[in-house]
Every structure is written in C-alpha cells, then in structure tokens.
Design a protein around this ligand. Structure first.
Ligand SMILES: Cc1cc2nc3c(=O)[nH]c(=O)nc-3n(C[C@H](O)[C@H](O)[C@H](O)COP(=O)(O)OP(=O)(O)OC[C@H]3O[C@@H](n4cnc5c(N)ncnc54)[C@H](O)[C@@H]3O)c2cc1C
Length: 464
C-alpha cells in the first residue's frame, strides 16, 4: 500500500527512468480502461499499471514492486475468471505491447509476444495456412491460456497448447532473462507447461505449427429433453472418434440472433460444437452415429476458415459480462452425472450461462502425466459450468446456480480441475489439480521464485 500521493509521485518518477512503455497511475486518463478485466465481477484498483514494451521494462517493473514491497500482478489477455491479471494497491505488469509475431513457414514455428491474444496469432499463422492449438474463443490471452495447459478445438488432433510449446523467454523474479526449452532450464520448461504464471513473466513463446486452414465446423442442437440420450451416446462416441474430430458438448440457450433460426431463439438445448480437420468427404460418415441418436433441431456443419471459427463465440461473450465458473476433470460420464446435467441444464439461469465438456483425449493422452506439470492426462474431458450475465443484479443468481450445479456433479468427477477454470477455491483445489506433480512444482518454485513474488495466480507456494 502506498502511503500518500507524494510518495506515489516519487515512486512513479523512479520507475519512469529508462522505462520505454507506458505508466498509468489512478489520476491518469486511460487508467480506468486499463484496470478493467474481462470478468466485470472483478473491480480492482492497482497503484500503478506498467504497460511494458520489452523484457527490460518487465524486469524493471518486477524490481520496482519488490523494492517497494508491493504486490505484483501480471496481465496477459485479462481473461482470468478470478481476475488474476489485476490487483488492488499493487503494481500490474501489463503485457499487451508485447505483441510481436514472427511466423516461419519453413520450420513450421511461430514466435509470439507474451501479451498477444489468440486472435492476433491465428490471423498471422492463417496467412500461411498454419495454426497451433489454442482455445475456443479468440480474445483470450496466449499467456494465461498456455501456461495453464491450453484446451481447444485441436486438442484431440495435436494435443494441448503446451504440447506444442517449443520454448519460452522469461523474466524471472530476480530480473534475469532466461530461455526455457527442452535443452535450457528443462525443469523450468517442465513447470511452465501447466504450472501457470508461478515461475516468471513470459515475454515470448515459440510454438510448433500445423497445416490447418479450413475446417468443417458448426453446431448440432437437440431438444434439452433429449440430454440423457445425447450424453449417453456422446460419452461412447468421442473416445472412439478419429482424432481429426473434436466436439465439445454444451447445455445452452440458443442466442436470439442469426445465424440461428427464429423458432429456436431462446430455446434451451443440448448441443455439440464440432470441428473436423480430416478429409471432407469422410465427415458425414464420421458424424453419422451421433446424428442417428435423436432427430436434431439444427445441424449446420460446413467449411470455415479456422480463425473465423475460432472467433465465432467472441460476439456472444464480449468483455464486460459478469462471470462465475466452477470446473472439474472428468474421466467417465456416469449415468448419475447425466441425470444431474439434465436437471441443471433445465435451470440455466440466463441466456449466456452454460455448461461445457471439452474433450482432452486423443493426442493429449500421448503425453505422460509426469512429462509436463499438467497432470490429468488420464481424464477424457474438462468440464466447466459458467454462470454469465451482463447485469450485475444477476451476479448472485448465476453464482448460486453454478455452485449448486458443481456441488451436484463434483462427486462424479476425477477430483481436480483445469487450473485455468478455477476461481479462488483454496490451496487444496490447486494441489488436487496437480496431483503427483505438485511436489516437484513446489521445488522448482523454490529454485526460481523463493520469495513467491509471482503469487497472484493459482499459487504454488515455494517448498520451505
Ligand atoms: C471467455 C473465455 C473463454 C475461455 N476459453 C478457454 C479455452 O477455450 N481453452 C482454455 O484452455 N482456456 C480457456 N479460458 C480460460 C483461460 O485460459 C484463462 O482464463 C487464462 O488464464 C486466460 O489467460 P489471459 O492471459 O487472458 O489472462 P490473464 O487474466 O491476463 O492472466 C491469467 C493468469 O496468467 C498469468 N499470465 C498471463 N500472461 C502471462 C505471461 N505472459 N507470463 C506469465 N504469466 C502470465 C497471469 O499472471 C494470471 O495469473 C477461457 C476464458 C474465458 C474468459
């Protein structure tokens, strides 16, 4: 906490020397915009936002926070549900200026700045007919998503985002700049593949690219009353499906807007959102078993440039909504769990609220549980229940629905959750999400950040 304005001004002057980015204090124009994060439930007022232009700015910001004993938050895309990219009364290292992207189509690699969003990366790689696996929405930051694991449309085909990470440049807690890869700081490289922002600030990531340009994509919707039939078929279908196919299951309310037909607007449905990256003529045969389960209300799967598909949900979920979520990893979808899903799906509290089951089998299972910090390689789905609404007056209602739904389905889960879908749920939940990898993470944390400078995250405390 900074004592008074005079102290704040003096500190600001100190950091300004040699800082090439932009510094924003509470009295500056632009401060209020800069402190906003994606989840409008989060309203925090840092003492200073340091918009870093390069790794040296990042090192200076870390050093400044340490010297003055101020909390340090690191902000990538600002998408964290619990608002881990911002803090009260501390310093924020804001990375949006670290957005340089270099694509090398010969080596099938891309180097991207640690503050990029996935939309920026997708556009740059798509120009070469290439991509790297990311998530399901394009406004998410590469930083938080990658460091937690990265689950998306191409997970079954090419693995998690971390399975495509070749290396990263980081500024450590003591201000030094290091490269982590299989050859350099391999322990650090292991830890940042799932361990979140606990170990340093990543200023650039290097990814492997794959030839993905146009995919066959779109949703199938069934009446909500057929949730049980659809989910029973889906739990058998996905693990047996070719890796070229991804389909996440959703319980949702059909948005009242094109391209959805008017007669479906605001109807609650059970849906699967497909993404197929195999031979086009084989797609109908691959999808046929699911379409035979029950007569769909809608089935619109067609060719789409990958970045367009990747940003299909951006308009439905703009920044500034209220978000509350709860999550679990799921190994098998039990009959009992399906009953609970049908029950809570019928009580979706708002248009934007939903439940998703993201497949994490296929190529994500090719990597062993101890090969990266992300330990749940034996789970088949990452489940997330999200209460979402634009109106702050509905915040309690969406939170309550989410918590009740989670309480009802958690007993049928694998135990832990994807760290990027956790709220502030305490150390036991973080530990449960890393299982046997937790101890090694605490040792690596002790080696690279013994004072826990990077603690505004799903925190791994350094081993004593
Ligand atoms: C609408 C929405 C859709 C989502 N969809 C997916 C999805 O499809 N797949 C998926 O896997 N996840 C998804 N997520 C979850 C997402 O991965 C996490 O919220 C993630 O933390 C967001 O990263 P960010 O950089 O945008 O967030 P921020 O809030 O900026 O940061 C989150 C955490 O990461 C740290 N961090 C960020 N950048 C860096 C960096 N460069 N170096 C060090 N630490 C850093 C921060 O300090 C903080 O602790 C989604 C989230 C939302 C809100």
């Amino acid at each position: 906490m900074i004592a008074n304005q005079g102290t704040a001004d003096a500190m600001m002057k100190e950091l300004e020397r040699g800082f090439t980015g932009q510094l924003l204090a509470p009295q500056d124009p632009g401060y209020d915009d800069a402190r906003k994060v994606y989840n409008a439930m989060i309203d925090r007022r840092p003492a200073l936002i340091a918009r870093c232009a390069d790794a040296r700015d990042v090192a200076r910001t870390i050093g400044f926070a340490r010297t003055h004993d101020l909390p340090l938050a690191v902000r990538g895309g600002g998408h964290s549900g619990p608002g881990l990219g911002i803090c009260d009364d501390g310093v924020v290292a804001e990375l949006s200026l670290l957005n340089e992207i270099t694509v090398n189509p010969e080596t099938l690699t891309a180097r991207v700045g640690g503050g990029c969003t996935w939309g920026q990366i997708d556009r740059a790689t798509h120009a070469h007919g290439l991509t790297t696996p990311s998530g399901f929405i394009s406004t998410t930051g590469v930083g938080g998503l990658t460091l937690g694991g990265g689950i998306g449309y191409l997970t079954r085909r090419y693995g998690l985002t971390i399975d495509n990470l070749l290396g990263a440049d980081l500024v450590l807690a003591d201000g030094t700049l290091v490269r982590a890869s299989a050859e350099e700081h391999p322990d650090l490289f292991w830890a940042i593949r799932g361990g979140g922002g606990n170990f340093g600030v990543v200023t650039s990531f290097q990814f492997a690219l794959h030839p993905v340009s146009t995919v066959l994509a779109g949703p199938t919707f069934w009446p909500l009353e057929q949730t049980e039939q659809v989910m029973r078929a889906y739990r058998e279908f996905i693990p047996a499906a070719p890796r070229e196919l991804n389909g996440f299951l959703a319980l949702l309310t059909v948005p009242p807007a094109p391209p959805f037909p008017e007669e479906l607007h605001l109807r609650k449905v059970c849906g699967i959102v497909w993404c197929y990256d195999g031979p086009a003529d084989q797609a109908p045969g691959v999808l046929a078993p699911m379409l035979e389960v029950a007569e769909p209300l809608l089935h619109t799967v067609g060719p789409m440039p990958y970045p367009e598909f990747q940003s299909m949900f951006d308009a439905l979920y703009p920044p500034g909504l209220q978000w509350y979520w709860r999550a679990d990893f799921v190994r098998d979808i039990s009959d009992e769990a399906i009953d609970r899903h049908a029950e809570f799906g019928a009580r979706l509290p708002t248009l934007h609220s939903t439940m998703h089951l993201y497949p994490i089998d296929g190529a994500a299972h090719d990597v062993g549980a101890a090969e990266t910090a992300f330990s749940y390689r034996d789970a088949n789905w990452a489940q997330v229940i999200v209460g979402v609404d634009p109106d702050p007056a509905n915040a309690d209602a969406i939170r309550q629905w989410t918590v009740d739904y989670w309480d009802a389905t958690h007993p049928y889960s694998a135990g832990g959750a994807y760290v990027n879908f956790l709220m502030h749920e305490g150390q036991d939940r973080v530990r449960a999400s890393y299982r046997d990898n937790y101890k090694r993470l605490t040792e690596i944390k002790a080696a690279y950040d013994p004072d826990n400078v990077f603690h505004i995250n799903q925190n791994i405390a350094p081993q004593a």
